[in-house]
Write a protein that binds this ligand. Sequence first.
Ligand SMILES: [Zn+2]
Length: 509
Amino acid sequence: MPPSAIGRTYSPGMTIDLVIRDVRILDGEGGAAVEGDVGVASDRIVSVGPSGSAGQGRTEIDGAGRVLAPGLVDVHSHDDGALLRHPDMAFKLAQGVTTVVIGNCGFSAAPAEIGGESTRSFLGVDSTWTDLDGFAAAVDQAAPAVNAVALVGHNSVRSLVMGDDLNEPDAAQLDAMKAHVRTAMAQGACGFSSGLIYHPGRSATTAEVAALAAEAAPFGGIYATHMRNEGDHLLEAVDEALLVSRTAGVPLQISHHKAAGEANWGKIVRSLARVHDAVDAGQDVTLDVYPYVAGSGPMWQYFDAENPDPDYSKVIRIAKCPDFPGFEGRMVVDIAEDESRRRNEPLEAHDIIRQILAGPGARNVISIQFIIDEADIETNLRDPLVMVGSDGIADLSGQPHPRLFGTFPRVLGHYVRDRGVLPLAEAVRRMTSMSADRFGLVDRGRIVEGGYADLVLFDPETVIDTATFDDPKQEPSGIGLVVVNGAVALEQGTHSGVGSGRLLRYRQG
Ligand SMILES: [Zn+2]
């Protein structure tokens, strides 16, 4: 989608609020950098041109030859609640992210029941809304530092209509679920998401998912899926996702593409081939990836609480554990060793998992699972259909997965500069214009006159993530300036607190 060019452009005598001088401009389209200045008035870019072309700005920033790119888009976030709980969004802003896609993996803030329990446990706040318009009002009230655009999630819709009923919906229930999806789409959701490994989505048939995804079609929305299986049955799951997309008549976004479990490493070559075959046959399919060898999520969703899988238990690290805070930040195998000694009884990793999942706070435990091959990350990043999404879980109370703080600088520093996996301009394209077009962000994702002034200034020689599994809450290095809707949100490591982010509506300026 080309920018609509409805914004203002420079004319002599105009007041320029901000000029960023002497930068190498990567416009987001993937071409070579161009040296020059960029001028901003109000929330728009009004001039892009050679040095001295931007006029005098009320604020002048010396770019010192660093790279100026469009603000980065995190296409896979779970920041629905964070926008309200942590409106400074420091962990994203510090990476150069200016827009997050929320509502992924089937879990969305809307629709909701006012004060509803499942919304509270997902968001960490009480809902004061029932639909996306209501949530948007809450977000506007919070004035977050970054923009967001929402998917409407299958798990949320199903829980709202069916509670814990795991049967197939009857006609009235299906109609009620469809109506929720339709309402969210009419209110500006960018599509429908599913999380088919999670309760309750895993109880749904392919037909149910397709029927709901079809409600996004009249709005041109997409279907984003955390597929039913990412390991032994990855290829069958890709086939199901492709089928849903074809049946529903909606483009497909495969979320956090991976092959989970050592026995499956390398299999993504085959799943990517399947996707490319579908694209060659005329289907509209894209994917995203996070640049880490571990995933993370609510631990109870991954295990049989009474009989935790012994092998899977061995690759688990505890991010958050309200009942046993001393376990946070540690591999379960190490916990088992210590506990064996302390209690003087032989304990395996799966015994510890069973113990944790029997506790009163079991549903609030977040785990990190080391299930991904490093080589597969690079294979994903080399593929032109793959965007970048953090999949970070913004619960700062434990020791979260470092992807929350490090995803984008890690791609730019480690994979682009140090490993040479993809060129810088192409990486920027896959974090900006490609993502903005896919998720319907009008006039964003490019440095172009008339576009919104979402910008990031970074040093390609030094940009790098510093968050690690042992020390995950660390902001990256090398990000000099972040501008959101024309306002300076971060400069030289200082968050301005301006709160200029907005809840964006799909394909609406
Ligand atoms: Zn997911």
